[in-house]
Write a protein that binds this ligand. Sequence first.
Ligand SMILES: Nc1ncnc2c1ncn2[C@@H]1O[C@H](COP(=O)(O)OP(=O)(O)OP(=O)(O)O)[C@@H](O)[C@H]1O
Ligand SMILES: [Mg+2]
Length: 327
Amino acid sequence: MIKSQNLVKEYGSFRAVDKVSFELRKGDILGFLGPNGAGKSTTMKMITGFLPPTSGTASVGGHDIQSHPIEAKRLLGYLPESGPLYQEMTVLEFLKFAGEIRGMDTGARDKALTRVMEICHLENVRHQTIETLSKGFRQRVGMAQAVLHDPSYLVMDEPTDGLDPNQKQEVRKLIASMASDKAIILSTHILEEVEAMCNRVIIIARGRVLVDETPADLLKRHPRHNAVRLVLQSGGPDAVRETLDRIPQVGKVEALGNGWLIHPKHGEVIKPRVWEAARAGNWPVESLENAPLRLEEVFRELTLAPDAKPEKTKPSQKKSREKVEAA
Ligand SMILES: Nc1ncnc2c1ncn2[C@@H]1O[C@H](COP(=O)(O)OP(=O)(O)OP(=O)(O)O)[C@@H](O)[C@H]1O
Ligand SMILES: [Mg+2]
């Protein structure tokens, strides 16, 4: 289990992470979402022991990351944001080094090397220095390093950032295939990734958790959840709107081209009711479909709400943060 309890990170007077708490069990893939600067990377850095929290605790597999870092890190794979790697090493040298510092014996390490080179498609660049690799290949090296020791817990900060569409797909498949025996946290700005891979989603803004639930439940929050789109061939009867308004489960009805966008009153399934009305009224129906609703719209609504909007950095805050950064 990965456990975060009231994690707080302050830079001077600026609170980047504000009491973030959650628990993650094996089998969970948690999508960590939030606008730029929300505190995702900072939270991940604290969970992986890369950054000490101002207050609060995090543990991995029951080991507190502050008091028992070695035990916790042994169980953990971490792909940091924008892959810090040793540029002058070749891919093979770097991964061998990663295996060595993890204390793997030569046999186990070589086996693991072959496995990760294959799954991350690195065979052709094994003797190339990291500084000469393209961005996407560097990202793959970071990924290979994170899964080298087949850890039970994986924390990945934007794992598909910089990858081409094919490789993005490969990495998503790889992550999904590892899910059954691992607990995985990944941050991303690609919401389809969350819909495709994650069984949990946390949205943070201004360092605070706004939402912690399943992607499906998150979609249910949107007023357009279960809305349907009815398209009629031109010349539909005048009474369509009135009839739709009379269906008890129907809420708002919006005109949309030569059709209607029909919202349920309280998220009910209204498609069969609309069908019945159309059939009874002999409407010239061209199509009746669920209105597409993407996580992206829910995300925008939640994170752009006035009380969730990340604050602009005030000059005084900026100064104190720069001081901290310089330190
Ligand atoms: N060393 C630091 N000194 C001062 N402020 C910092 C430092 N590191 C991070 N911050 C600030 O903390 C906030 C959270 O940053 P973080 O990198 O965690 O955001 P994020 O959610 O990962 O964003 P992104 O989506 O852009 O990666 C930001 O406002 C950032 O500027
Ligand atoms: Mg980040």
